[in-house]
Design a protein around this ligand. Sequence first.
Ligand SMILES: [Zn+2]
Length: 320
Amino acid sequence: MDIAEVSFASPYFQLEQVAEGVYAAIVRGGTGAWGNAGIVDLGDETLVFDTFFTPPAAQSLREAAETLTGRSPAYVINSHFHADHVFGNQVFDDAIIVSTTRTYELMSEQLPAMLEEVRVHPPSQEEVVGDRQDPRLRRDRAMLAADYRAMEVALPTLRLRLPDLTFERRLVFHGARYTAELLTFGGGHTPSDAILYLPSIATAFTADIVQVDFHPSTNIANPDEWLTILEQVDKLGLQHVIPGHGPVGRGEHVRIMRQYLVDLRQLVTQARLDSPTTDYLSTIQEPEKYRTWSAAPFFPQNLSNMDRWYAHRQERGKAE
Ligand SMILES: [Zn+2]
């Protein structure tokens, strides 16, 4: 069936039905939802994939799940430890929250400090002066600041709710309608990334491993592992991809994401060869095909992340 809009109105996201009982919750930017989520009616139980950046957005997701499936969610997945995918967890206190073991560790090690940091230095108040001239950067920065503002408003009641159940490689939900495989191929975007795969409809909720028309964050990424993971995901032969950011995509978006990482690697490597003594990253032009993508401020950050990564790797190679 074609992707259809569903009649559940939320200020935080737009719901799209990908298949019978399978819904993508595509965020509305700047509302405090930030990272896409999803709902799967397994047939006898309801599963929610990721919980947004704030409890109010997650509350709306919960209401959507209850309206669409007629039950409270039994299972909630945390795809990776990034706040924009897990800070709504507390709304699903009565469900079983599931993540990889590594994601559980990262959440418990890193998120309390992040919450404290946000309390002391509210990110929405940061001003990035260099972006004033570029309307695209200005627009995307404003959206990000609005998401942070929504989180700062929710902060007094925001409580870190950790997963209840962890897995190492694969966990399968055997529903009456769908079998859903929760898979991890390791970590690329973060040290541990999981996807939810529905083989009978060739569909996956990929979280931030695949983003559609949206510059990914590579701050703590391992690009080599990420490329390997994308090869594994590509082998699934997906028809529908529900990404962590951006609109619902198709199988080709797995390969486009892969090409993006390959392009970044080529751009920084070539720039360093061409003018090794100057500020070579500033000589790189954003390729035409990425200029329509959202989250434009991530592009220059991604160049410097990639440069650092491949420079380090070269050093490691020499030492070995
Ligand atoms: Zn992420």
